[in-house]
Write a protein that binds this ligand. Structure first.
Ligand SMILES: Cc1ncc(COP(=O)(O)O)c(C=O)c1O
Length: 470
C-alpha cells in the first residue's frame, strides 16, 4: 500500500475528528462569514506531483488556498439565486452517504438498501408536499436534471401517441411545447432532448403585473393544434416574482385535450407545506410530472432534487432510461431498478440527506421553515414598499422580493447599487430584469434567516443609497 494511503488508514479517526472540528467552526460562524469575497482563486499551474502529500497536508493546503475565500452561501443572508442551506440532520445524512458509499441502483442485487431508502424517501416527500401516492419518483442532481427527466418521459409519451418509439428510433416527428414563463433549465432540457427549445409556443401572460399564463390564450393556442398531442410546461413559482400558473384550470383542460402536463415547482412546491400558502399549488396533483428541488427549500446539501412522474407511465419511463443492451444488469421490467428509471446508472446514496432531514423535523419543522421565510420576505417587502429609496417591482407572492431603486431615471444605478451591496459581504442578491426595469431579487430560502438579518440588510441598503447620493 502506498505510504500516505497506509498512514491515512491508520489515522482515519484523527482525520475525521479534525474535519469535524473544522466543519463545526464553519457552521458556528456561518452568520458572520462574508457572502462575497474580492479575491480570486489562484489556480495552480504546476503538475500533479509524482508522490502525494497525505490527507493532513492536503487539508493544510486547502485551508491555505481555498477555505478563507469560501463564501457563506449556505448562511442566513445569501439571498441570491434560490439558495438553501443545510439542516443539521441533512449534514448527518450527507456525511453517512459518503461513509457508507453505496451504489443506489436497484432493489434487487445492487444497492438494494439504498434504492429502498430512496423509494421510501420519495413517499415521505409526497406526504410532506400533500401529493398522492400515484406518483413514483427518484433523486437527481438538481431541478435542471429533474426537468430533463420529466420531459424525456413526456417526449416518449408524445411518440407513443403518434405510434413512434422515440427512445429507440429517434425523433422523426415534430411536436409543440406550450409554456408561458419557463425556467431556463426547461429550455436547456428541450435542447438536450433534441426537442428543440425553438419549438416552443409562447403563451401570453396574464395582465396586471403577472408572470402566470393567460388561460384564454392557452386554450386558443391549444385549439390551433387541432387535436395534436403536445407538452405543457407550467410554473409552480416563476423565478423572478414567484407567480404560479392556474393549476386547477389546467387540470380541467386535461379532460378536453391530449397533453403531457409538467410542472416546474423547483422551490414553489414547498408552498404546499403551509396552510397559508398551499392554495398556490392546488390542482398540481393532476399533473403528469413535477420537479421539486431539495437543495433549495428542503435545505439539504447540493446535489439533491426529486422528480415525480405518475406511476401509470412507468413503462414509458423504463423505455426512456433502460440499459437495453446489458443483460448483466437484469431485465429492466422485472425488478424495479433506478438505473433503468433515470438518467444516471451508478449513483451515491442520494436520498439519505433528505431522509434524515424530513424524518428529523417532520411536517411541522418544514411548515415552520417555509412560514418563517414567507413572513421574512413579506416583512422585507413592506420595508421596501414604505421606503423613500426603493420600490417593489412585483408583489411579494411567496418568498422572493423583486425590487428596484425608487429613482429610476438612471437604470445603471441599479447595477452600481447591487455591486456595492454585494461587496459589503453582508448580504448577496442577484440582478434581474423585470417589466422593463433593471431590478434586484432577494430570495428567502435558508432555515437560519431571522428578522435581525432583514433589519441588518435593510440598514446596509440605505447606507449605500446615501453614499450614491453624495
Ligand atoms: C423554477 C426553477 N427551476 C429550475 C431551476 C434549476 O435548478 P438547479 O440549479 O437545481 O438545476 C431553478 C433554479 O433556481 C428554478 O428556480
Amino acid at each position: 500500500m502506498e505510504k500516505h494511503l497506509e498512514n491515512d488508514l491508520s489515522e482515519i479517526g484523527n482525520l475525521l475528528e479534525t474535519i469535524k472540528v473544522q466543519g463545526l467552526s464553519y457552521l458556528n460562524a456561518l452568520s458572520e462569514r462574508k457572502t462575497s469575497v474580492d479575491q480570486e482563486i489562484s489556480l495552480q499551474k504546476q503538475k500533479l506531483p509524482e508522490s502525494g502529500y497525505g490527507t493532513e497536508k492536503v487539508l493544510e493546503i486547502f485551508n491555505e488556498r481555498f477555505e478563507p475565500i469560501i463564501v457563506g452561501s449556505s448562511g442566513p443572508r445569501y439571498w441570491g439565486f434560490v439558495t438553501g442551506g443545510s439542516t443539521p440532520a441533512s449534514i448527518a445524512g450527507d456525511w453517512l452517504a459518503s461513509v457508507y458509499d453505496q451504489n443506489t441502483q436497484s432493489t434487487k442485487g445492487q444497492g438494494d438498501i439504498s434504492a429502498g431508502v430512496e423509494l421510501e424517501t420519495i413517499r415521505l416527500m409526497l406526504d410532506l408536499l400533500g401529493l398522492p401516492e400515484r406518483f413514483l419518483g427518484g433523486f437527481v442532481t438538481g431541478a435542471t436534471m429533474s426537468n430533463f427527466t420529466c420531459l424525456a418521459v413526456a417526449r416518449q409519451w408524445i411518440g407513443k401517441e403518434k405510434g413512434k418509439d422515440i427512445a429507440k428510433d429517434g425523433i422523426s416527428i415534430p411536436f409543440k411545447i406550450l409554456t408561458a414563463t419557463p425556467h431556463s433549465s426547461s429550455l436547456k432540457s428541450l435542447s438536450l432532448l433534441g426537442i428543440g427549445s425553438g419549438n416552443i409556443v409562447k403563451i401570453k401572460i396574464m395582465e396586471g403585473n403577472r408572470e402566470a399564463m393567460c388561460m384564454e390564450d392557452l386554450e386558443s393556442q391549444i385549439k390551433e393544434l387541432k387535436g395534436e398531442p403536445f407538452i405543457l410546461i407550467s410554473s409552480g413559482g416563476t423565478v423572478n416574482t414567484v407567480d404560479f400558473d392556474d393549476f386547477k384550470a389546467i387540470a380541467r383542460l386535461k379532460n378536453k385535450y391530449p397533453f403531457w402536463w409538467h410542472i416546474d415547482a423547483a422551490f414553489g412546491g414547498f408552498a404546499a407545506c403551509s396552510d397559508e400558502t398551499k392554495h398556490l399549488v392546488e390542482g398540481w396533483e393532476f399533473a403528469d410530472s413535477i420537479t421539486v428541488d431539495c437543495h433549495k427549500w428542503l435545505n439539504v446539501p447540493y446535489e439533491s432534487a426529486v422528480f415525480f412522474i405518475k406511476e401509470q407511465y412507468k413503462l414509458l419511463q423504463v423505455e426512456t432510461f433502460q440499459n437495453s443492451n446489458a443483460p448483466y444488469l437484469g431485465d429492466p421490467l422485472e425488478n424495479f431498478s433506478y438505473l433503468n428509471f433515470l438518467p444516471e446508472n451508478s449513483r451515491r446514496l442520494k436520498a439519505l440527506p433528505a431522509w434524515f432531514s424530513i424524518m428529523a423535523y417532520g411536517k411541522k419543522g418544514y411548515q415552520e421553515i417555509i412560514e418563517s421565510n414567507v413572513t421574512l420576505s413579506r416583512q422585507f417587502g413592506r420595508l421596501i414598499e414604505n421606503s423613500n429609496n426603493f420600490k417593489l417591482l412585483a408583489p411579494v407572492r411567496l418568498n422572493t422580493v423583486c425590487f428596484t431603486l425608487k429613482e429610476t431615471a438612471d437604470q445603471e444605478k441599479v447595477n452600481i447599487f447591487l455591486e456595492k451591496l454585494n461587496n459589503t459581504g453582508k448580504v448577496f442578491m442577484t440582478p434581474t430584469f423585470y417589466n422593463k426595469h433593471k431590478g434586484v431579487r432577494a430570495a428567502f430560502v435558508n432555515w437560519r434567516t431571522t428578522e435581525k438579518d432583514v433589519e441588518l440588510v435593510f440598514n446596509v441598503m440605505n447606507e449605500i443609497i446615501e453614499t450614491l447620493k453624495q
